[in-house]
Ligand binder design. Structure first.
Ligand code: BYC
Ligand code: FE
Ligand code: FE
Length: 476
């Protein structure tokens, strides 16, 4: 179904047939826009940005590219096409027709899931709001803003579900989504990673590689939902997510490539004085972002997660590909936990281990990009390997939250860990160094000295295309 752009809120859900819902969303829209002005990207609101906009919802060919000022982006409500006769694929209701309305007994649970998902979207925009001022190129600036407007739209996607299916409670939740703020001491965002800072572009690339990847896995699990409107909205969100992950993977890859180039040119591993970021420091950023992102999967053993699955609300990643009964009432799953100073593997009821299953899929996926970064290093003839730290490293949630672990997986006393943490995590002085490299580069086709240019531009355009037409005062 095509998206109707003639309406105030573009949509493919026949919003004009539902006056109550339309009114609720139209009341929320100005609040969203004032939030965007106040806590969205700083500056650049009057610049023309080369953005893609969704024009239909099929996986391929939905995008139209053109210059837009960010506040004119048409945030709207786009659900993937319904699947005829879709059946619930897992849990106690497996085989029953999917729900178009929420069964009363699952209302509270589903609301909580939708709110948790929705909360992350504006949080990430808040976290990234000041980065435009230090963009390494117009190409990167455009990618940042593309991600920001789409995360804004992901919030719309969840607010639509809340307004359409949860009545008054839903409207209250929709407002609360604009009241919690990333890092706020009194009213923070719900999940840990979304209250961390994203102070520089290396952090942004790590965030979009590791934290947006949690988004991919969570959205894919929610796309399996028996609640069909949630499934359809997540399916479309996933098509947007692919670009966020691309920005992360290629962003880190370009930093690595530039560092290797400087290492060879100057015959040293310490490229700092030549304006690059040492591979050892890239590793520390990786350790930080990977560990906060692993926490986003929740505890290894979770009755919440078991209930989500049994109720048919949240499935596994690619549920249909799994070769089992899709109920898991008597399956087992291998889960790790610290035990007497070592890491023990135990067999646990699969239903309780849903979070760990998803985390395992995420870890395998995360490793693939790291391998590609390492290929850049080997091809440069350099002897260095980036590594994912052990899953128990620096965890705040779950089995490992009570132990202090090195990236290699050794459990050590807490005071030793504190004394040694600058071996594994960026020290304040290292963060300051990275910040000092963040000077804006805004000439088309030019790139900051700490990052290599991308292999190609966006939508078939050259790398030196003017991806953002800067307006006067956009940096102030
Ligand atoms: N920080 O039973 P447990 C994205 C809480 S990212 C703080 O193990 P459960 C995006 C938990 O809420 C995708 N608190 O948790 C990326 C619970 O609280 P209560 C976001 C945490 O429910 C980049 C307690 O600890 N989507 O889209 O099994 C840019 C016990 O935990 C954390 C979703 O998360 C944490 N990290 O699983 C933009 C999907 N972890 O009940 C966007 C929806 C756990 O004691 N959410 N807690 O108050 C879920 O599926 C589940 O809520 C979770 C947690 C997987 C997050
Ligand atoms: Fe998102
Ligand atoms: Fe994203």
């Amino acid at each position: 179904m095509a998206i109707d752009y003639s309406e105030r809120i573009p949509n493919n859900v026949r919003l004009s047939d539902d006056r109550r819902l339309q009114r609720a969303l139209e009341q929320w829209q100005p609040r969203f826009l004032s939030w965007w002005k106040e806590l969205g990207p700083m500056g650049f609101q009057t610049s023309d940005v080369y953005l893609r906009t969704a024009t239909s919802v099929d996986a391929k060919g939905w995008a139209t590219f053109g210059y837009l000022k960010m506040p004119d982006y048409r945030w709207g409500i786009f659900l993937a096409e319904p699947e005829a006769n879709r059946k619930i694929g897992f849990g106690a209701h497996k085989g029953e027709p999917v729900w178009q309305e929420i069964p009363g007994e699952h209302r509270g649970t589903l609301r909580r899931l939708i709110v948790t998902q929705g909360d992350t979207e504006p949080a990430s925009v808040e976290q990234q709001r000041h980065l435009g001022r230090t963009c390494p190129s117009l190409y990167d600036l455009r990618n940042l803003f593309q991600i920001n407007v789409e995360e804004g739209r992901h919030l719309w996607a969840m607010v639509y579900l809340l307004d359409a299916h949860f009545g008054r409670d839903g409207r209250e939740e929709a407002e609360a989504m604009l009241e919690r703020h990333s890092g706020s001491p009194d009213n923070p965002r719900i999940l840990g990673a979304f209250n961390e800072r994203t102070p520089d572009w290396l952090s942004l690339f790590m965030f979009t590689y590791f934290t947006d990847r949690d988004g991919k896995y969570q959205l894919a699990s929610l796309a399996e939902s028996g609640f069909d409107p949630l499934s359809r909205t997540c399916r479309f969100m996933l098509t947007e997510e692919a670009h966020h992950l691309f920005v992360g993977e290629t962003g880190v890859g370009r930093v690595v490539a530039r560092t290797c180039e400087l290492m060879k040119a100057h015959d040293t591993a310490q490229v700092g004085e030549h304006g690059g970021i040492d591979l050892a420091l890239v590793q520390k950023y990786l350790n930080f972002h990977y560990s906060v992102s692993l926490d986003l999967f929740g505890s290894e053993l979770s009755t919440n997660a078991a209930n989500y699955y049994t109720a048919g609300l949240k499935g596994r990643f690619k549920e249909a590909d799994k070769n089992d009964d899709h109920r898991l009432t008597d399956g087992m799953y291998r889960v790790m936990a610290p035990e007497n100073g070592r890491i023990a593997e135990t067999e646990q009821p699969a239903l309780l281990a849903m979070n760990e299953m998803l985390r395992d899929a995420y870890i395998a996926d995360s490793a693939r990009g790291v391998a590609r970064w390492n290929k850049i290093i080997t091809q440069a003839g350099i002897d260095f390997e980036l590594k994912l730290p052990h899953r128990g490293f620096r965890r705040a949630i779950g089995n490992f939250s009570d132990v202090s672990m090195t990236p290699a997986g050794e459990i050590i006393p807490a005071d030793e860990w504190r004394a040694r943490q600058s071996e594994w995590l960026p020290a304040e002085s290292e963060r300051e160094f990275v910040t000092s490299l963040m000077v804006p580069v805004t000439e088309p086709g030019k790139f900051a000295g700490w990052i290599a240019p991308p292999a190609r531009g966006i939508n078939g355009n050259p790398v030196d295309f003017e991806y953002v037409k800067l307006s006067t005062g956009c940096f102030s």
